[in-house]
Design a binder for this molecule. Structure first.
Ligand SMILES: *Cc1c(COP(=O)(O)O)cnc(C)c1O
Length: 369
């Protein structure tokens, strides 16, 4: 059986270090808002190259906190619009609607699956305050066009960097391209904790200050509450685990890229469309997911299952078609709706063996609908 992702194997690489530091923290007896959070924030700051890192409880909170802070700063208010890709994980959209902001869905570019940068401008209105970009599947979503739009219309650019830690655009890390970024360290992400956690990165001092307070009950000084905040903290144990795993993120991402390259070079089947590295530059994609397309998706997924290969669909239903967002049910995002019927995520991870990659390639090449 070739698993989609073997988390036990992923973490076994660090088992001794993780166990040692967990034991140390149990002995120290200090579990929140401590030195391990500070250390991880410093390490991530250095890695990303940004000015401020604020650890928090999870990726959704990271994004929620950014929009909440912009509201506290008076930059956004209830009813303002945020442009968002139609094909993303629901968290990106929840972070917007949770703050009484209005998501404006834009279809993707067919080659990258990322928001179609050429189409954004036609969706900008007098109420648009931000563009939420998602570096989906691990591929950078960026162009000079975004900077132009930001300046022309006075917008904020918020990055959802949950899937793309380590990816770069002309040497600049994702998470350091826009005005602020939300990271997720959900266990299955390229940099995964052993539980929930997330972080915000930014170069905006004021935003960083407010986000940090908001994540801690709206308080900077204990028992003094400047904002109606929330409780979104990273456990000290998770912060320590993440510092250990962050040291090897480039090496682990490199293995994903090698697997992706083999898939792209060796999967040859007329019924299957392979993903593209749009920028043609391997630094721009960290292959959190390797997503192929075929009109015979159900058939292919069943065939692979019979051959012992586990696959998943990211994501089976577009956000605007979810029942919780019925107010957007009539929104037309034709390309997202079509892509969602055809996509299939193949196994890819930093612990996949070469013979497993070989089997996936051979089995897929033999597929006939
Ligand atoms: C995982 C993910 C999130 C949310 O992260 P959590 O830590 O699970 O809250 C947000 N956006 C995208 C694109 C994701 O893949």
């Amino acid at each position: 059986m070739i698993k989609f992702l073997d988390l036990q194997k992923v973490n076994s690489l660090y088992a001794n270090e993780l166990k040692n530091v967990a034991a140390q923290i149990i002995d120290e007896g200090w579990f929140l808002n401590g030195k391990w959070n500070e250390k991880f924030a410093d390490n991530l700051k250095e890695y990303i190259g940004c000015e401020y890192v604020i650890p928090c409880g999870n990726g959704l909170d990271a994004l929620r906190l950014i929009f909440r802070a912009y509201k506290e700063m008076g930059i956004m208010k209830d009813g303002d619009e945020v442009i968002v890709p139609a094909n993303t994980y629901i968290a990106t959209v929840l972070a917007i609607t949770d703050n009484n902001l209005v998501p404006v869905f834009v279809d993707p570019d067919e080659d990258s699956y990322n928001i179609n940068l050429e189409k954004i401008e036609s969706f900008i209105t007098s109420r648009t305050k931000a563009i939420a970009i998602v570096h989906l599947y691990g591929q950078v979503c960026w162009s000079h066009k975004l900077k132009e739009l930001k300046e022309k219309y006075g917008l904020k650019i918020v990055e959802d960097n949950a899937q793309s830690i380590g990816a770069k655009w002309n040497g600049v890390h994702t998470g350091n391209l826009g005005d602020a970024a939300g990271f997720s360290f959900y266990p299955g992400k390229n940099l995964g904790a052993l539980g929930d956690s997330g972080a915000i990165t930014t170069n905006d001092e004021k935003l960083a200050h407010i986000v940090k307070a908001l994540a801690n009950y709206g308080s900077v000084i204990r028992y003094v509450h400047d904002y109606k905040g929330l409780n979104s903290r990273m456990d000290e144990i998770q912060a320590a685990f993440l510092s250990i795993k962050l040291k090897r993120i480039d090496e682990r991402n490199h293995i994903r890229k090698l697997i992706a390259k083999r898939y792209m070079d060796e999967i040859q089947n007329p019924y299957i469309t392979l993903p593209k590295i749009v920028k043609g530059d391997i630094d721009s994609h960290v292959f959190h997911l390797f997503v192929i397309r075929t009109p015979y998706r159900e058939q292919l997924q069943n065939y692979l299952k019979q051959k012992g290969i586990e696959t998943l669909i990211h994501y089976p239903t577009p956000v605007h078609k979810q029942s919780c967002y019925r107010e957007y049910a009539t929104t037309s995002c034709k390309l997202s709706e079509c892509i969602q019927k055809e996509i299939l995520s193949l196994p890819i991870s930093s612990v996949m063996e070469e013979d497993e990659v070989e089997i996936v390639i051979n089995v897929i090449n033999q597929f006939k609908p």
